[in-house]
Write a protein that binds this ligand. Structure first.
Ligand SMILES: *[C@@H]1O[C@H](CO)[C@@H](O)[C@H](O)[C@H]1NC(C)=O
Length: 269
């Protein structure tokens, strides 16, 4: 069984993991079996100065377009918070995670910074005793799709855009639960204005039209089918009809999430 974790936005990350006996749930309990996180970058320097800008490039020592110290702190604190929030699911085993970032340097740096705290090693993973950092594999998303990768686009695909640009490090999590043989998906939105404060966040549940907080997987897939370009091509091999989704729940969802970038449509940044 896959356990799959994907963190994206302008930065992203994947995880796969073979379940052990310990992971087998007791009957009747709703258990998180799959998690995907999409996240935006922390605060970064402007891409360029505007005419008559009082600031000079020297005012942005990290470089134009790159994360400032504040932005790095935001990413780091967000990773720490997410680790705490999902402590029952995320371990510090670096083999369980695949992390993806877009090609922009700020995304790579943001991802490295976030992973530093999200996958800070517990003692068994430390390669230097007491050193609370470990390397993890990072990958890039396909270049052609980068431009349309952003959180606001995902929110608008969910018809849940509140019209505002998401704050730094805003994150959407998609949690897939299994209860007996039933799959449900819950989506949460973490959008605190000042993630650098490291405060606990009370996420907003993102309720799809016609769905409850724990949305039956079949309804979830049905909701997204029209907004996923080439849906048939992506998912058609596995499901002829979204009604059949429970049969192939995990495979389907993994495919869906792997191609999540296809949900998004170009939006101005
Ligand atoms: C966070 O998202 C919720 C739900 O869309 C919205 O009501 C709230 O205003 C947002 N907060 C910020 C700081 O963007």
């Amino acid at each position: 069984m896959w356990r799959f974790f994907f963190l994206a936005g302008l930065t992203c990350l994947f995880l796969d993991h073979v379940f052990t006996v310990d992971d087998v749930k007791k009957s009747g309990k709703r258990e998180l079996v799959y998690l995907q996180l999409l996240t935006t970058n922390g605060f970064h320097a402007p891409l360029s100065l505007y005419p008559n800008d009082e600031n000079t490039e020297d005012d942005w020592p990290e470089g134009m377009g790159l994360l400032t110290k504040l932005g790095k702190l935001q990413q780091y604190e967000m990773g720490k918070f997410l680790r705490k929030f999902y402590h029952h699911f995320i371990t510090s085993d670096p083999g369980e995670v695949d992390a993806f970032s877009s090609f922009e340097d700020r995304s790579t740096i943001g991802l490295v910074t976030l992973m530093a705290s999200l996958y800070a090693p517990t003692e068994e993973w430390e390669f230097l005793p007491g050193f609370k950092w470990q390397p993890t594999v990072l990958c890039y998303m396909e270049k052609k799709d980068i431009h349309d990768w952003n959180l606001a686009a995902v929110l608008s695909a969910m018809r849940l855009s509140n019209g505002f640009r998401p704050p730094p490090c805003a994150t959407i999590s998609f949690e897939m639960y299994k209860q007996d043989e039933e799959y449900t998906v819950r989506a949460l939105f973490f959008n605190l204005t000042n993630p650098e404060m490291g405060a606990d966040q009370d996420p907003h549940p993102l309720l799809l039209e016609g769905c409850t907080e724990y949305c039956p997987l079949a309804s979830f897939v049905r909701f997204f089918a029209p907004v996923i370009p080439e849906y048939k091509k992506l998912c058609g091999k596995k499901i002829k009809d979204p009604e059949d989704v429970d049969m192939e729940a995990e495979t389907t969802l993994i495919h869906m999430y792997a191609d999540l970038k296809a949900w998004t449509t170009p939006l101005p940044m």
